[in-house]
Design a protein around this ligand. Structure first.
Ligand code: ARG
Ligand code: GLU
Length: 717
């Protein structure tokens, strides 16, 4: 009997959807209501108002959404911003060439005049956010049908956003939370003149590379520095030589005290996307179908890219960013599969579902609202499986698998509009395509992409059922198929810079026809057509139905958990995650310490291995022990630490803040054993990986000799 009760208790604790210790990405406006007490119990010394306020400067005013999917934070009153090296990577790469290789050598502006402009990069500050659920879901007693509901929602959102932008002064975004059971309005100020100030060489900023990516122990100096510029009056402005460094109203002081085990930590940033409330059948499909498929496709691609990059330094630079991007999710998915299996995520979700069912069965109204949900999920996900497989293949292979087809896909929209363009618009498109062509071919190596093309398209054709493959290809035998594909690739203007840019420069009706009759363009169209006819209708219909069921499921979960706190899935809006500095036990008999040091870098040093080739200058400093004030109490330079903050992609570059509100680190990764936290969090194994801010200061000062940058920071001993 007692055993039974204990078992029941354990099941309730494990399978409940309420947040576990350190789990959660919380809304900064609701901390007062839910979290601040717990945070203070854990050691936090500030108030909810210090984190987020619209009446006074608060921590939120020092945080930016950096580019399209990272976080950054201000560290001086002159607009100086720190984020990850891998967040600045694209920009560092754009300024790099074999002669001026900032990726390899690093870059340090020795004065503001030397800072580099980055067209296309912008940062956004959140001005304020508010719950607008009542303004979005406006129907009361008579509930319109679903199509009508969506129309009302869209119209309401548009009106709210239109009002909030105040004639273009702000950027406004209304976003659904809890699958559309709530809506929040976010109002941002966007700054478009953001310049590169400094980046360590990749042998520091990306030390360990893809070998160590997602892993602990970690020794990556993953940071880069940027500066926001404004017009003379301090307003956001596009680039102009007359712009001045931003006068930041809030920035983070930097602590030299470091991170001790069990210290409170707060991560404040822009987590991109999580799926914590999926049903068991969806998790099952991720583990057994989606993740393994995507991993296998990328296996092929990465092997080819890797071999080419090894063979030639120029190719290495061309494909550095693409390789990193492709391998990043590839590795994460593998950790995710492992973590979900180890956690028995499917079984846990099933246990929760049986609790949910008991709860539903307690009342007739609940039965009416939620009684069908789990059955519906089952039917829908089973039907979805073949279409989601085809969709994964399409997006991994046709859409983003090869350089050449990406160029086709980017050129296509312009070609489609060509007929309706006037001369001015044609000229504008010509300019856009010229820019596209230059940046595309700069990082294009034909023999490499050609191999990827053959490997991936063969995989597509071999693995998928006939109805998802264009008829022409499904009929061809393997030997003939290779020949056919290669001929298409080699004859295409999309694989030839000269031909492509010639056509762009004579952009007339005839050029348009040549583009559209190009064999690769035709191939692309064949795949798009097959998808449009045979995959998309069912895929879209089923995912939409799943969305509706998931929205009701979420509503039920919220109702069932009225007394517990739930956090909404991440959606690239500003969130707070709190936890503490701690290591973990990845497997039986092994314990990971919570920090790494420069010693570890020297231990990994191996000039033969690209990812572990320690710069001589760093060795010299290490040998001379010239550590200044950046060493810990044992005289060691700490490089990274791990903590138990619930983070995800997008949290890269997020400040890791101590109990006093000072910056102690910059978030950049998660541990392999815990990457399933996007779907299910495990307080024992989910750890975020953080660059110790003292290592960044040490590199800027001692390694790069750019110590003048430290003068504008507020460094607290
Ligand atoms: N895993 C980290 C993130 O998801 C770092 C990625 C960049 N580093 C790399 N070696 N690919 O963004
Ligand atoms: N590196 C990730 C990013 O770019 C953060 C790691 C994670 O997914 O937690 O946002």
């Amino acid at each position: 009997m007692i055993k039974g009760i204990i078992r029941l208790l354990i099941i309730c604790i494990l399978s409940g959807q309420a947040a576990l210790a350190n789990e959660g990405m919380w809304l900064p406006t609701l901390l007062k209501k839910y979290n601040i007490e717990e945070m203070q119990k854990m050691g936090f010394k500030l108030t909810a108002e210090d984190i987020y306020s619209v009446n006074q400067a608060s921590l939120k005013d020092a945080i930016v959404l950096f580019g399209r999917g990272c976080t950054g934070e201000l560290i001086s009153d002159k607009g100086l911003l720190i984020t990850n090296h891998h967040c600045g990577y694209r920009y560092i790469q754009q300024h790099s060439s074999v002669e001026n290789d900032y990726l390899t050598n690093g870059f340090w502006a020795m004065s503001q005049q030397e800072e580099l402009i980055n067209p296309g990069l912008s940062v956004k500050f959140l001005k304020r956010m508010e719950d607008v659920t009542d303004r979005v879901i406006t129907w009361k007693d008579t509930i319109p049908d679903r199509i009508e509901q969506e129309k009302i929602i869209d119209e309401n959102i548009e009106a709210i956003e239109r009002e909030a932008v105040e004639n273009g002064k702000y950027v406004a975004d209304v976003k659904p939370l809890f699958y559309g059971n709530q809506y929040f309005l976010y109002i941002y100020e966007e700054y478009k003149d953001v310049r590169l100030v400094g980046a360590p060489p990749s042998a520091i900023g990306k030390f360990g590379g893809d070998t160590d990516n997602w892993m602990w122990p970690r020794h990556t100096g993953d940071f880069s520095l940027f500066r926001i510029y404004t017009d003379k009056d301090g307003n956001p402005a596009s680039y102009s030589p007359d712009n001045v460094p931003m006068k930041s109203k809030k920035f983070l002081p930097i602590s030299l005290k470091g991170a001790q085990e069990n210290d409170f930590t707060l991560v404040f940033g822009y987590p991109g996307s999580t799926q914590e409330y999926l049903p068991s059948i969806a998790v099952d499909q991720i583990i057994n179908q989606n993740d393994p498929d995507k991993v296998a496709i990328r296996d092929l691609k990465l092997a080819i890219l890797g071999a080419s990059m090894k063979s030639d330094p120029a190719i290495r630079i061309q494909y550095a960013s693409k390789y990193a991007g492709t391998s990043n999710s590839w590795k994460k998915w593998q950790g995710e599969i492992m973590g979900l299996k180890r956690l028995k995520a499917v079984e846990r979700k099933k246990e929760f579902e049986s609790d949910f069912t008991s709860w539903v069965n307690q009342s007739e109204t609940r039965k009416k609202s939620y009684g069908d949900i789990l059955e519906s999920f089952k039917g829908l996900y089973e039907q979805l499986a073949p279409y989601s497989k085809a969709n994964d293949y399409y997006s991994e292979i046709v859409y983003r698998g090869t350089d050449a087809l990406q160029l086709v896909a980017k050129t296509n929209p312009v070609l489609r509009l060509f007929g309706s363009m006037d001369d001015k618009q044609i000229e504008k498109s010509q300019k856009a395509l010229t820019v596209l062509s230059t940046s595309h071919f700069k990082d294009y190596h034909k023999p490499t992409d050609r191999k990827v093309f053959i490997a991936l398209f063969n995989k597509y054709i071999n693995d998928l059922p006939k109805e998802f493959v264009p008829v022409k290809l499904s009929k061809l035998k393997k030997e003939k198929r290779d020949k056919y594909l290669l001929k298409i690739y080699d004859k295409s203007v999309f694989t030839d810079q000269q031909k492509y840019s010639d056509l762009v420069s004579t952009f007339n009706e005839k050029a348009k026809e040549i583009f559209q009759n190009d064999p690769l363009f035709k191939l692309y169209e064949m795949f798009v057509e097959t998808r449009t006819l045979n995959v998309w209708p069912n895929y879209a219909h089923l995912t939409d139905s799943i969305k509706q069921v998931q929205k009701r499921y979420m509503k039920g979960i919220m109702e069932m958990s009225v007394n517990k706190q739930l956090f909404p899935d991440a959606n690239l809006t500003l969130r707070v995650a709190y936890g503490k500095v701690e290591g973990f036990q990845p497997k039986d008999g092994v314990r990971y310490r919570h920090y790494t040091t420069l010693e570890g870098i020297m231990q990994k040093d191996n000039p033969e291995i690209y990812d572990y080739d320690v710069p001589d200058r760093l060795k010299e400093i290490y040998n001379n022990k010239d550590y200044g004030r950046y060493a810990d109490d044992n005289g060691q330079i700490r490089v990274c630490f791990s903590a138990s903050n619930h983070t995800t992609g997008g949290n890269s570059g997020s400040p890791v803040i101590n109990a006093e509100g000072q910056l102690i680190g910059v978030n950049f990764d998660r541990c392999w054993e815990g990457t399933m936290s996007d779907i299910m969090f495990d307080p024992d194994r989910c750890r975020n990986i953080v660059l110790d801010i003292r290592y960044a200061l040490f590199i800027i000062d001692k390694f790069a000799g750019a110590g003048y940058l430290l003068d504008e920071m507020e460094i607290v001993d």
